[in-house]
Design a protein around this ligand. Structure first.
Ligand SMILES: Cc1cc2nc3c(=O)[nH]c(=O)nc-3n(C[C@H](O)[C@H](O)[C@H](O)COP(=O)(O)O)c2cc1C
Length: 156
């Protein structure tokens, strides 16, 4: 039996890596911050590095529930992932979450996530048009390209 982190979810995470992690503060205040170190540990576990995330870590110590969004900005689709996060200092896991970042900034801890739910999320482009994923991807590559070149415009 396969866990919630299917091959498709793994592929998107390994390609994107950048995700947004939502936690809840003690007074119920929402906290959302980016993490570029998301790793797939297994079909039911993820992890990311704490290098500079004091609020996320403090929140998880008090309330381990979290939600992660990881989205391909060109493909306009991704996943909403719910789970339970544990802050750990196991040196083996610290090495795993620090891999492939292109730098060796100190990793203070790792957050190991037991994934409870994965839901796909699609842009309305898939709801309101019949454009295939390849076409959407090409359109948005062009769109970002126009903006970077300062040429303006592009499909929106
Ligand atoms: C693109 C990007 C990737 C980041 N990746 C990480 C990361 O993997 N781990 C980390 O601790 N901080 C990372 N940060 C920095 C935190 O998001 C930032 O320090 C944030 O303010 C932490 O807030 P928090 O304590 O509420 O989580 C990243 C920031 C950006 C913009």
């Amino acid at each position: 039996m396969t866990g919630p982190v299917t091959a498709e979810v793994r592929t998107l995470i390994e390609y994107q890596r950048l995700c947004y992690v939502a936690t809840t503060g003690p007074d119920g205040e929402p906290n959302l911050s980016p993490k570029g170190s998301l790793k797939v540990l297994s079909d039911h576990e993820l992890a990311f590095a704490d290098m500079a995330s004091p609020n996320t870590v403090a929140n998880l110590r008090a309330d381990p529930r979290l939600e992660i969004n990881v989205v391909d900005p060109f493909l306009r689709r991704g996943y909403r992932i719910k789970g339970v996060g544990t802050v750990v200092d196991d040196p083996g896991l610290l090495a795993v979450v620090g891999e492939g970042l292109g730098h060796d900034y100190p990793v203070r801890a790792a957050v190991r996530i037991a994934v409870t739910e994965v839901r796909p999320v699609d842009s309305p482009v898939y709801l309101f048009t019949s454009a295939p994923a390849e076409e959407v991807h090409a359109m948005w590559q062009d769109n970002y390209g126009y903006h970077r070149d300062g040429a303006g415009g592009g499909p929106s």
